[in-house]
Design a protein around this ligand. Structure first.
Ligand code: PBG
Length: 335
């Protein structure tokens, strides 16, 4: 050894020193709360595989969204659970469909106090459960689906959404949604593109959350978990097509992709901590195998460290509440 021992621990020696040198923070406004609203429901319906998350009635949706916003979350992302499904997902474009009604109701109640987001995808509304419409051989028809997405974008914009989240991974979806919005004069409605979205087992509990009828898988349109490079190709296309924000999904298993996308993106980048990630933290926490609250904050902070500006998480409202109420002592250092 030449010279004195190098001591990085000096910067970790007190809470004040750690606070001084902390690179990343997490604020309630960084978090987006995904929410489910069920058509014809008279009471909230728990989602077994996502303890603490429910399919809301219209009334409880308004209450829970209002509470989340009062706690300071950055936005809410709505998913609809319709009573009836069909081959073209007609409930998605019906102004009286559950998702569009919920958007209109929240916009009327909340105005511009939050960023109101909508999942723009057909899978909740189709009887076959795919994100698009099928051709005569049962394959997802990319270009026919784009026409449905155009209609869906207009229905959601007219209902009052600020930010549309095309999540079906059809080629050209951002360009088509942008064009449909612009042609109808919805110049201010923005697009949060699901840019790198993988065909992931981590969506398992979501299928219960939206009562999905999918048989099979989405591997002909969602990305192969083995691939990193094509995330950058999808990013270039989405930005070129007019995406205002881009997203990487799932979250923790794809931090490498998030980091690369964040480094290359000229627009803000989000990460989606998906249903299976939530379920794993809940299960391990309930068993006492991990400290639930610390694990939640550490996972959310990891997205920020990897370069996410916003994080979609089912924990958004709960975590925002911790900040308002004063974080429990072991958590305070994450601020
Ligand atoms: C598609 C969509 C899915 C999720 C969000 N949007 C399901 C899928 O692609 O299979 C999953 C979210 C989660 O697992 O939390 N509408």
């Amino acid at each position: 050894m030449t010279g004195p021992l190098v001591r990085p621990r000096r910067l970790r020696s007190t809470a004040a020193m750690r606070s001084l040198v902390r690179e990343h923070t997490l604020r309630p406004a960084d978090l987006v709360l995904p929410m489910f609203v069920r058509e014809g429901a008279s009471e909230d319906r728990p989602i077994t595989s996502m303890p603490g998350v429910v399919q809301h009635t219209m009334g409880s949706l308004v209450r829970a969204a209002t509470e989340a916003i009062e706690r300071g979350v950055g936005g809410v992302m709505l998913f609809g659970v319709p009573e009836h499904k069909d081959a073209t997902g007609s409930g998605a474009t019906d102004p009286d469909g559950i998702l569009n009604r919920a958007l209109a109701r929240l916009r009327a109640e909340l105005g511009d106090a939050t960023v109101l987001m909508a999942d723009l995808c057909l899978d909740e509304f189709t009887d076959h459960g795919h994100c698009g419409v099928l051709d005569d051989r049962g394959r997802v028809d990319n270009d026919a689906t784009l026409l449905r997405y155009r209609e869906m974008a207009l229905a959601q914009a007219e209902a009052g959404a600020h930010l549309l989240g095309p999540s079906g991974m059809m080629d050209g979806q951002v360009a088509e949604v942008r064009d449909a919005l612009d042609a109808a004069g919805h110049l201010e409605v923005a697009i949060y593109a699901y840019t790198a979205k993988y065909a992931s087992a981590f969506y398992g509990p979501f299928r219960e959350a939206v009562g999905s009828s999918l048989q099979g898988d989405r591997r002909t349109y969602q990305q192969d978990p083995a691939n990193g490079r094509e995330a950058l190709r999808e990013l270039a296309l989405d930005v070129d097509e007019g995406a205002d924000l881009v997203m990487v999904k799932p979250g923790l298993p794809y931090l490498d992709v998030l980091q690369e996308v964040a480094a290359a993106s000229p627009v803000p980048v989000g990460a989606y901590q998906v249903s299976g990630e939530y379920a794993m933290i809940e299960a391990a926490g309930a068993n006492g195998w991990v400290d639930r609250d610390r694990t939640i904050l550490e996972s959310l902070l990891a997205f920020r460290r990897a370069g996410a500006t916003t994080v979609l998480t089912y924990y958004a409202s709960e975590v925002a509440g911790w900040y308002r109420d004063g974080l429990p002592a072991p958590l305070r250092e994450f601020r």
